[in-house]
Design a binder for this molecule. Structure first.
Ligand code: SF4
Ligand code: SF4
Length: 298
Protein backbone atom coordinates (compact mmCIF):
# COMPACT_ATOMS: atom_id res chain seq x y z
CA UNK A 1 0.00 0.00 0.00
CA UNK A 2 1.09 3.57 -0.63
CA UNK A 3 -0.48 6.88 0.47
CA UNK A 4 -1.55 8.96 -2.51
CA UNK A 5 -2.73 12.54 -2.60
CA UNK A 6 -3.90 12.65 -6.22
CA UNK A 7 -3.46 11.01 -9.62
CA UNK A 8 -3.57 13.38 -12.57
CA UNK A 9 -4.06 11.88 -16.04
CA UNK A 10 -3.09 13.68 -19.26
CA UNK A 11 -0.54 15.92 -17.52
CA UNK A 12 1.74 17.82 -19.88
CA UNK A 13 4.17 19.28 -17.31
CA UNK A 14 6.77 17.46 -15.27
CA UNK A 15 8.42 15.49 -18.06
CA UNK A 16 8.09 14.90 -21.82
CA UNK A 17 4.89 14.04 -23.69
CA UNK A 18 1.54 13.08 -22.20
CA UNK A 19 1.92 11.72 -18.68
CA UNK A 20 0.13 10.49 -15.61
CA UNK A 21 1.39 12.24 -12.49
CA UNK A 22 1.10 10.42 -9.18
CA UNK A 23 1.25 12.75 -6.17
CA UNK A 24 2.44 10.83 -3.11
CA UNK A 25 1.84 11.89 0.49
CA UNK A 26 4.51 12.92 2.98
CA UNK A 27 7.24 15.56 2.82
CA UNK A 28 10.27 16.31 4.98
CA UNK A 29 10.41 20.01 4.01
CA UNK A 30 7.95 22.80 4.80
CA UNK A 31 8.39 25.43 2.07
CA UNK A 32 6.03 28.33 2.88
CA UNK A 33 5.08 28.80 -0.81
CA UNK A 34 4.12 25.11 -1.22
CA UNK A 35 1.27 24.54 -3.70
CA UNK A 36 0.39 21.17 -2.15
CA UNK A 37 0.53 21.59 1.65
CA UNK A 38 -2.02 18.80 2.07
CA UNK A 39 0.72 16.36 0.99
CA UNK A 40 3.06 17.16 3.89
CA UNK A 41 1.61 14.44 6.14
CA UNK A 42 1.10 10.84 5.11
CA UNK A 43 -2.45 10.51 6.49
CA UNK A 44 -5.58 11.84 4.69
CA UNK A 45 -6.26 15.50 5.53
CA UNK A 46 -9.75 16.92 6.12
CA UNK A 47 -10.19 20.07 4.03
CA UNK A 48 -12.84 22.53 5.26
CA UNK A 49 -14.17 25.22 2.93
CA UNK A 50 -15.12 28.24 5.05
CA UNK A 51 -16.81 29.89 2.06
CA UNK A 52 -19.32 27.03 1.77
CA UNK A 53 -19.76 26.32 5.50
CA UNK A 54 -22.92 27.71 7.15
CA UNK A 55 -21.89 26.62 10.67
CA UNK A 56 -24.76 24.17 11.12
CA UNK A 57 -22.40 22.02 13.25
CA UNK A 58 -23.72 18.76 11.73
CA UNK A 59 -20.13 17.58 11.29
CA UNK A 60 -19.31 18.15 14.96
CA UNK A 61 -22.55 16.54 16.19
CA UNK A 62 -22.16 13.44 14.01
CA UNK A 63 -18.47 12.75 14.54
CA UNK A 64 -18.22 9.56 16.66
CA UNK A 65 -14.72 10.49 17.82
CA UNK A 66 -15.17 14.14 18.78
CA UNK A 67 -12.50 15.05 16.24
CA UNK A 68 -14.25 18.26 15.14
CA UNK A 69 -15.08 21.32 17.19
CA UNK A 70 -15.53 25.07 16.67
CA UNK A 71 -13.69 27.49 18.97
CA UNK A 72 -15.04 29.63 17.27
CA UNK A 73 -13.27 28.56 14.04
CA UNK A 74 -13.43 25.02 12.64
CA UNK A 75 -10.85 22.69 14.23
CA UNK A 76 -10.08 19.11 13.19
CA UNK A 77 -7.99 16.73 15.29
CA UNK A 78 -6.02 14.29 13.08
CA UNK A 79 -4.94 12.33 16.18
CA UNK A 80 -8.48 11.25 17.11
CA UNK A 81 -10.03 11.17 13.61
CA UNK A 82 -10.61 7.63 12.31
CA UNK A 83 -11.34 8.75 8.71
CA UNK A 84 -14.83 7.23 8.88
CA UNK A 85 -16.14 9.95 6.49
CA UNK A 86 -19.30 10.54 8.59
CA UNK A 87 -18.67 14.30 8.74
CA UNK A 88 -18.24 14.54 4.97
CA UNK A 89 -21.45 12.58 4.36
CA UNK A 90 -23.43 14.70 6.85
CA UNK A 91 -22.35 18.11 5.63
CA UNK A 92 -25.33 19.58 3.72
CA UNK A 93 -23.15 22.06 1.82
CA UNK A 94 -20.31 19.77 0.68
CA UNK A 95 -17.92 21.96 2.65
CA UNK A 96 -15.77 19.02 3.73
CA UNK A 97 -13.61 16.58 1.81
CA UNK A 98 -10.67 14.34 2.54
CA UNK A 99 -7.48 14.74 0.57
CA UNK A 100 -5.44 11.57 0.22
CA UNK A 101 -5.98 7.84 0.50
CA UNK A 102 -4.10 4.59 0.76
CA UNK A 103 -3.93 2.60 -2.48
CA UNK A 104 -2.62 -0.77 -3.66
CA UNK A 105 0.32 -0.51 -6.08
CA UNK A 106 -1.63 -2.62 -8.60
CA UNK A 107 -4.61 -0.24 -8.35
CA UNK A 108 -2.36 2.70 -9.28
CA UNK A 109 -0.70 0.84 -12.14
CA UNK A 110 -4.12 -0.10 -13.52
CA UNK A 111 -5.02 3.61 -13.74
CA UNK A 112 -1.64 4.42 -15.30
CA UNK A 113 -2.00 1.72 -17.99
CA UNK A 114 -5.32 3.14 -19.22
CA UNK A 115 -3.36 5.78 -21.18
CA UNK A 116 -0.47 3.66 -22.42
CA UNK A 117 -1.25 4.43 -26.09
CA UNK A 118 -1.00 8.17 -25.38
CA UNK A 119 2.40 7.70 -23.72
CA UNK A 120 3.67 5.71 -26.70
CA UNK A 121 2.46 8.25 -29.26
CA UNK A 122 3.86 11.26 -27.39
CA UNK A 123 7.03 9.79 -25.82
CA UNK A 124 5.35 10.39 -22.48
CA UNK A 125 5.04 8.24 -19.39
CA UNK A 126 4.60 8.51 -15.65
CA UNK A 127 5.83 11.17 -13.22
CA UNK A 128 5.98 10.56 -9.50
CA UNK A 129 5.59 13.74 -7.51
CA UNK A 130 4.54 14.82 -4.02
CA UNK A 131 5.04 15.82 -1.32
CA UNK A 132 8.34 14.02 -1.39
CA UNK A 133 8.08 10.59 -2.98
CA UNK A 134 11.11 9.25 -1.07
CA UNK A 135 9.31 9.58 2.30
CA UNK A 136 7.44 6.30 1.59
CA UNK A 137 10.64 4.73 0.34
CA UNK A 138 9.90 0.98 0.40
CA UNK A 139 6.52 1.46 -1.25
CA UNK A 140 8.10 3.83 -3.79
CA UNK A 141 10.65 1.19 -4.83
CA UNK A 142 7.85 -1.35 -5.25
CA UNK A 143 5.88 1.14 -7.37
CA UNK A 144 8.94 1.94 -9.52
CA UNK A 145 9.72 -1.74 -10.12
CA UNK A 146 6.13 -2.42 -11.17
CA UNK A 147 6.05 0.57 -13.55
CA UNK A 148 9.33 -0.53 -15.16
CA UNK A 149 7.95 -4.06 -15.66
CA UNK A 150 5.50 -2.38 -18.05
CA UNK A 151 8.38 -0.63 -19.79
CA UNK A 152 7.10 2.87 -18.96
CA UNK A 153 9.18 6.06 -19.02
CA UNK A 154 9.39 7.15 -15.37
CA UNK A 155 10.25 10.64 -14.14
CA UNK A 156 10.47 11.68 -10.50
CA UNK A 157 10.09 15.11 -8.96
CA UNK A 158 12.10 15.29 -5.77
CA UNK A 159 13.61 17.57 -3.13
CA UNK A 160 16.74 15.46 -2.56
CA UNK A 161 16.26 15.74 1.21
CA UNK A 162 17.13 12.14 2.17
CA UNK A 163 20.13 9.82 2.28
CA UNK A 164 22.25 9.29 -0.82
CA UNK A 165 21.80 5.52 -0.40
CA UNK A 166 18.15 5.96 -1.36
CA UNK A 167 19.07 7.72 -4.61
CA UNK A 168 21.44 4.87 -5.48
CA UNK A 169 18.72 2.27 -4.87
CA UNK A 170 16.15 4.14 -6.98
CA UNK A 171 18.56 5.01 -9.81
CA UNK A 172 17.98 1.89 -12.00
CA UNK A 173 14.23 2.53 -12.19
CA UNK A 174 14.19 6.25 -13.01
CA UNK A 175 14.63 7.71 -16.51
CA UNK A 176 14.40 11.39 -15.63
CA UNK A 177 15.21 13.22 -12.38
CA UNK A 178 13.49 16.57 -11.79
CA UNK A 179 15.40 17.65 -8.71
CA UNK A 180 14.84 20.89 -6.79
CA UNK A 181 17.66 23.34 -6.19
CA UNK A 182 15.96 25.95 -4.04
CA UNK A 183 18.85 28.05 -2.76
CA UNK A 184 22.64 28.10 -2.88
CA UNK A 185 22.95 29.64 0.59
CA UNK A 186 22.99 27.02 3.35
CA UNK A 187 21.50 29.14 6.10
CA UNK A 188 18.64 30.49 3.98
CA UNK A 189 17.71 27.08 2.58
CA UNK A 190 17.70 25.43 5.99
CA UNK A 191 15.89 28.24 7.79
CA UNK A 192 13.09 28.67 5.25
CA UNK A 193 12.50 25.11 3.99
CA UNK A 194 13.70 23.02 6.94
CA UNK A 195 15.84 20.93 4.57
CA UNK A 196 19.34 19.56 5.22
CA UNK A 197 21.52 21.64 2.85
CA UNK A 198 24.55 19.31 2.86
CA UNK A 199 22.38 16.28 2.14
CA UNK A 200 20.47 18.01 -0.65
CA UNK A 201 23.65 19.33 -2.29
CA UNK A 202 25.28 15.90 -2.04
CA UNK A 203 22.32 14.37 -3.89
CA UNK A 204 22.06 17.11 -6.54
CA UNK A 205 25.79 16.92 -7.23
CA UNK A 206 25.74 13.11 -7.24
CA UNK A 207 23.01 13.05 -9.89
CA UNK A 208 24.67 15.78 -11.97
CA UNK A 209 27.89 13.72 -11.94
CA UNK A 210 26.34 10.27 -12.41
CA UNK A 211 23.64 10.78 -15.04
CA UNK A 212 23.60 14.46 -16.15
CA UNK A 213 21.67 13.67 -19.34
CA UNK A 214 18.81 12.39 -17.16
CA UNK A 215 18.72 15.43 -14.87
CA UNK A 216 16.61 18.59 -14.95
CA UNK A 217 17.36 21.06 -12.15
CA UNK A 218 14.27 22.93 -10.96
CA UNK A 219 14.31 26.21 -9.10
CA UNK A 220 11.09 27.80 -7.86
CA UNK A 221 11.80 31.52 -8.06
CA UNK A 222 10.38 33.05 -4.89
CA UNK A 223 10.39 36.79 -4.08
CA UNK A 224 12.18 37.66 -0.82
CA UNK A 225 13.84 34.21 -0.86
CA UNK A 226 15.91 33.56 -3.99
CA UNK A 227 14.54 35.89 -6.70
CA UNK A 228 17.45 38.35 -6.57
CA UNK A 229 19.95 38.47 -9.41
CA UNK A 230 23.00 37.65 -7.27
CA UNK A 231 21.45 34.43 -5.95
CA UNK A 232 20.02 33.21 -9.26
CA UNK A 233 23.27 33.94 -11.14
CA UNK A 234 25.28 32.01 -8.53
CA UNK A 235 22.89 29.06 -8.87
CA UNK A 236 23.06 29.13 -12.69
CA UNK A 237 26.84 29.26 -12.55
CA UNK A 238 26.96 26.27 -10.20
CA UNK A 239 24.65 24.12 -12.33
CA UNK A 240 26.41 25.09 -15.57
CA UNK A 241 29.52 23.18 -14.47
CA UNK A 242 27.63 19.96 -15.26
CA UNK A 243 26.17 18.87 -18.63
CA UNK A 244 22.59 18.52 -17.33
CA UNK A 245 19.60 18.48 -19.72
CA UNK A 246 18.34 21.88 -18.56
CA UNK A 247 17.56 24.12 -15.61
CA UNK A 248 13.92 25.15 -15.15
CA UNK A 249 13.12 28.44 -13.43
CA UNK A 250 9.57 28.25 -12.07
CA UNK A 251 8.04 31.71 -11.52
CA UNK A 252 6.30 32.12 -8.16
CA UNK A 253 2.53 31.54 -8.19
CA UNK A 254 -0.04 31.47 -5.41
CA UNK A 255 -2.35 28.82 -6.87
CA UNK A 256 -2.09 26.67 -3.75
CA UNK A 257 -3.42 29.39 -1.42
CA UNK A 258 -6.98 28.00 -1.32
CA UNK A 259 -5.57 24.72 0.03
CA UNK A 260 -3.84 26.55 2.89
CA UNK A 261 -7.19 28.24 3.61
CA UNK A 262 -9.05 24.91 3.64
CA UNK A 263 -6.52 23.54 6.13
CA UNK A 264 -6.89 26.69 8.26
CA UNK A 265 -3.17 27.38 7.93
CA UNK A 266 -1.73 30.82 7.39
CA UNK A 267 -0.35 31.41 3.88
CA UNK A 268 2.68 33.63 4.38
CA UNK A 269 2.81 35.00 0.82
CA UNK A 270 -0.70 36.50 0.59
CA UNK A 271 0.69 39.97 -0.13
CA UNK A 272 2.95 38.82 -3.00
CA UNK A 273 2.05 39.22 -6.66
CA UNK A 274 2.32 36.20 -8.98
CA UNK A 275 5.42 36.39 -11.18
CA UNK A 276 5.31 36.42 -14.95
CA UNK A 277 7.76 34.39 -17.04
CA UNK A 278 8.81 37.61 -18.79
CA UNK A 279 10.40 38.80 -15.52
CA UNK A 280 12.94 35.98 -15.84
CA UNK A 281 13.87 36.32 -19.52
CA UNK A 282 17.33 37.75 -18.74
CA UNK A 283 18.31 34.47 -17.08
CA UNK A 284 17.78 32.55 -20.32
CA UNK A 285 20.55 34.68 -21.85
CA UNK A 286 22.75 34.36 -18.76
CA UNK A 287 22.33 30.57 -18.98
CA UNK A 288 23.28 30.63 -22.68
CA UNK A 289 26.52 32.46 -21.85
CA UNK A 290 27.34 29.64 -19.44
CA UNK A 291 26.36 26.94 -21.97
CA UNK A 292 23.28 26.00 -19.91
CA UNK A 293 19.76 25.66 -21.34
CA UNK A 294 17.30 27.54 -19.13
CA UNK A 295 13.58 26.92 -19.47
CA UNK A 296 11.00 29.21 -17.90
CA UNK A 297 8.18 27.23 -16.31
CA UNK A 298 7.97 23.47 -15.71
S1 SF4 B 1 -13.88 11.34 9.43
FE1 SF4 B 1 -15.13 10.49 11.09
S2 SF4 B 1 -13.77 10.57 12.86
FE2 SF4 B 1 -12.87 11.93 11.33
S3 SF4 B 1 -13.65 13.96 11.78
FE3 SF4 B 1 -15.03 13.07 10.26
S4 SF4 B 1 -16.66 12.08 11.44
FE4 SF4 B 1 -14.97 12.47 12.84
S1 SF4 C 1 -21.54 20.19 8.45
FE1 SF4 C 1 -20.62 21.36 6.79
S2 SF4 C 1 -21.75 23.30 6.75
FE2 SF4 C 1 -22.20 22.31 8.71
S3 SF4 C 1 -20.67 23.18 10.12
FE3 SF4 C 1 -19.80 21.28 9.33
S4 SF4 C 1 -18.60 21.91 7.57
FE4 SF4 C 1 -19.96 23.61 8.05
Amino acid sequence: MINVSNIERFATHDGPGIRTTIFLKGCSLHCPWCANPETWVEYPVLMHDTKKCVRCFACQKNCPNMAIHFDPEFKWNPQTCQHCNTCVENCPLEALEFSGKSMEIEEIVKIVLKDIDYYKNSQGGVTISGGEAFVQFDALIELLKTLKKHDLHVAIETTGNYSNERIKRALPYIDLWLIDFKHIDKEKLQKVTGGDYDQIMENITYLMNTCPDQVIIRTPVIPKFNADQKTLCAMIEYVSKYPVKEMDLLPYHSLGKSKWDKMHKKYMYSDLKMMDKSELLDYVEIGKKHGLKIKLGG
